[in-house]
Design a protein around this ligand. Sequence first.
Ligand SMILES: NC(=O)C1=CN([C@@H]2O[C@H](COP(=O)(O)OP(=O)(O)OC[C@H]3O[C@@H](n4cnc5c(N)ncnc54)[C@H](O)[C@@H]3O)[C@@H](O)[C@H]2O)C=CC1
Ligand SMILES: Nc1nc(=O)c2c([nH]1)NC[C@@H]1CN(c3ccc(C(=O)N[C@@H](CCC(=O)O)C(=O)O)cc3)C=[N+]21
Length: 364
Amino acid sequence: MSKPVIVADPSKGVKVDAGVVAAPFRKEIRDKVEALKAHGVDAPLLVGLLANKDPAAKQYAEWTRKACESDGLRYELRCVDDAIDVEAELMKANEDPKVHGIIVYYPIFGQEESFSGASQDDYLRDSVSFKCDVEGLCHTYRTNLYRNVRYLDYPNQSQKCLLPCTALSVVKILEKCPNCYDESKAVGRQLEGRTVTIINRSEIVGRPLAAMLANDGAEVYSVDINSIYKFSGGRLHKCELTPEECVRQSSIVITGVPTKNYMLPTEWIQPNATVVNVASFKNVDEEALLKIPGVVYVPLVGKVTVAMLERNLVRLFDQFHHPDVVYRKEQKKAGEAPWYGSLIQLYTAVAITALLVHQALRRK
Ligand SMILES: NC(=O)C1=CN([C@@H]2O[C@H](COP(=O)(O)OP(=O)(O)OC[C@H]3O[C@@H](n4cnc5c(N)ncnc54)[C@H](O)[C@@H]3O)[C@@H](O)[C@H]2O)C=CC1
Ligand SMILES: Nc1nc(=O)c2c([nH]1)NC[C@@H]1CN(c3ccc(C(=O)N[C@@H](CCC(=O)O)C(=O)O)cc3)C=[N+]21
C-alpha cells in the first residue's frame, strides 16, 4: 500500500478523520467475505461477551455490530448479568466450533485480586483460546509480541500472530502519516531514530503499543500514572525523566487517559509532531494543538480499531476455522501412524544397532 494518505500543512496543524485509514481495510474484508460466500462458506462469527455497565464498552460493542453487519460478517452480543459467570460463557464459546472469534469487554473485575494474586481480568484474557482471540491478548500472543516473534509456527511462517486491535490501529494510522514510518528501511527498523511517548500503560492499549513501536525500531517512553518506562532495542528500562521531558523529545505522542480532566499541555508538543488520542475523552486542547505548524492530529481511532478487529476475525478464520484447514487437519490425523507404529520403529532401531555392533566386533 502506498503512503502517506495523510498530508501535513507546514503553516498549521491538521485534524485527521481515521476513517480514511479504515476504508481500504474494510473494502478488503468485504471482498474476502464475498469470496467465502461464493464458495458456499458461511461468514465468520464474532461473539462479544459484555458483563459490565461501562458506557464506552457498550458503545464499542454497538459500533462493532454495525461494522460487522455492513461488511457481511456475523456478530452476536452475549450479555452476562453476573461477572462470575463470564468464565463459563467464555469456555462455552471457546469450545463451540461455530464460533470463530471472541471479544470479552473489559474492565470486568478491574484491579480486584484473584486467589493467585494476578487480576481476574488477566486470567480471563489468558482463558480465550488462541484460535478465537480476536484481540490478541491471550498469553500465546502476548509472549510472542513481547519477544518480537511474529509467527506462531516458526520457522514455517504460515501462521501469523494476532496483534491487539487498538495498538494495531495506532500502528496502521502512523503508517499513513508523514514523518513516522520510513518504508525505505527494512521491516523492524522503519521507526529508527523516532522518539515516541505513550500516556497509558494498560494491557489492552499502552503496553502492547509500546512493544510494537519499539519492535519497529522506535525509542518509546511509556507513561502511566505512577511511573515511566523506556522500551528500546528489545529492552525495558525504568526511567527517571518527567512526562514533560519525554513529550518534548517526542515526534509522536499517543494519549489514552480515561478521565475528563486530563489535558496534555500543548506547549510540550514539537512542530511537525504526530498526536494520536486513543481515549474516549479528549486528552488535549484541540484548538491550541492545531496552531502548531506541521502537526498531524488524530482525535479518534475507533474506526480503525473496529476494522482491525474484523481483520483479526478473518485471519483467525483463515488460519484455524476455514473448512479447508479443518479438512487438511483431519486428513493428516487419519494418515498418522497407528499405535503399534512406534513399537515397530523401536524394534527396527534396536535390530540395526545390534547388527552394526555385531559387525564392528567381527572386524576387530
Ligand atoms: N478507540 C479505541 O479503539 C479504544 C479506546 N479506548 C479508550 O482508551 C481509554 C483507555 O482505556 P484503557 O487503556 O482500557 O484504560 P485503563 O484504565 O486500563 O488504563 C489507563 C491508563 O492510563 C494511565 N493514566 C491514568 N491517568 C493518568 C495520568 N494522569 N497521567 C498518566 N497516565 C495516566 C493509567 O496509569 C493506565 O496506564 C479509555 O477512554 C477507553 O475508552 C480503549 C480501547 C480502545
Ligand atoms: N476487550 C476490550 N477491548 C477494547 O478495545 C475495549 C474494551 N474491552 N472495553 C471498552 C473500551 C472502549 N473502546 C472503544 C473502542 C472504540 C470506540 C469508538 O469507536 N469510538 C469512535 C467515536 C465514538 C464517538 O465518540 O462518537 C471513534 O473513535 O471513531 C470507543 C471505545 C474499546 N475498548
